[in-house]
Design a protein around this ligand. Structure first.
Ligand code: A2P
Length: 275
């Protein structure tokens, strides 16, 4: 198996660049099996959240895979209701308890819900306690990051945002990079029910390398320097989505994929969400 790529975050934490996303992966056997399958096939990074309601199953999948704790990376996220209720520290401990871990590698503010400024203070305390090896944000626009940095000396390690060839979010990714914040892509394959993977452009590029449209898209994210979190509940797809370290897209390929951008989000708008 080719060696997977990693990125060093601004606090020195090393993050594997491809992680298994488990948004909408049902709690119970489906999540347990997806996580165990991923870890047994080379993944070293799992991305969950309190609101996915599958943290306990993520923990079970991790235990079944039997890897030493230092060998894998786990992210979870503080949900909006807990942000609004100023429950950051309690909610974090509840996530740890469900996961059955005594630390996570990365803890994120899930959305810029009212109260996120205090939540950022809570995350800094959690970080100082050693129970999160890095802290960051998700769905923050440039103006949220600017406000955060005006009030805090601590730089988020990452901002997890929607990004795919259909909604590249290129400008925000560049703004984050200029501040030393790594972008992580959610809905990297265009999301469940999307039509991205049917694109003839991706099929044509994939044919050159013997790779699927999904593998081409994951490789595009990797070569942009973004952390990519593809989701699948199918064993063959989970394996396929990690078989992306043995080919390189050319700059012409990269440009053709980026040209699929429609500028339209698949998911919610961080400046106008109602949950
Ligand atoms: P499934 O879980 O049934 O495999 P995203 O990561 O952008 O949210 O999109 C994930 C969607 O793409 C899911 O619906 C997933 O479905 C599907 N998917 C994941 N990997 C592949 C793949 N290699 N080929 C085709 N579809 C995939």
């Amino acid at each position: 198996m080719a060696i997977q790529s990693t990125i060093t975050l601004n606090n020195g934490t090393v993050i594997p660049q491809v992680g298994l996303g488990v948004f909408q992966t049902p709690d119970g056997d489906t999540t347990v099996n997806a996580v165990q399958t991923a870890l047994e096939n080379g993944y070293r990074h799992i991305d969950t959240a309190m609101i996915y309601r599958n943290e306990a199953s993520v923990g079970e999948g991790i235990r079944r895979a039997g890897l030493p704790r230092g060998d894998f990376f786990v992210t979870t996220k503080l949900w909006n209701d807990d942000i609004r209720a100023h429950r950051g520290k309690d909610a974090f401990q509840e996530s740890l308890d469900r996961l059955g871990l005594d630390y996570v590698d990365l803890y994120l503010i899930h959305w810029p819900a009212d109260g996120w400024q205090q939540a950022w203070d809570d995350l800094q305390e959690i970080y100082a306690s050693g129970r999160a090896k890095a802290i960051g944000v998700s769905n923050f626009q440039k103006h949220h990051i600017d406000e955060l940095l005006a009030n805090s000396d601590v730089l988020p390690a990452v901002d997890q945002i929607e990004s795919s060839p259909q909604f590249t979010n290129h400008e925000l990714i560049g703004q984050l990079r200029s501040k030393g914040i790594v972008a992580e892509a959610w809905s990297p394959l265009g999301g469940t029910g999307g039509n991205l993977l049917g694109s003839p452009v991706l099929a044509e590029i994939g044919a050159k390398y013997g790779k699927s449209a999904a593998q081409v898209v994951i490789r595009w994210h990797i070569q942009r320097g973004v952390v990519v979190l593809p989701k699948s509940t199918h064993v063959e797809r989970i394996k396929q989505n990690f078989d992306v370290f043995d080919f390189n897209l050319t700059s012409e390929d990269m440009t053709a994929i980026t040209a699929l951008n429609t500028g339209k989000r698949n998911g919610a708008d961080p400046d106008n969400f109602d949950f």
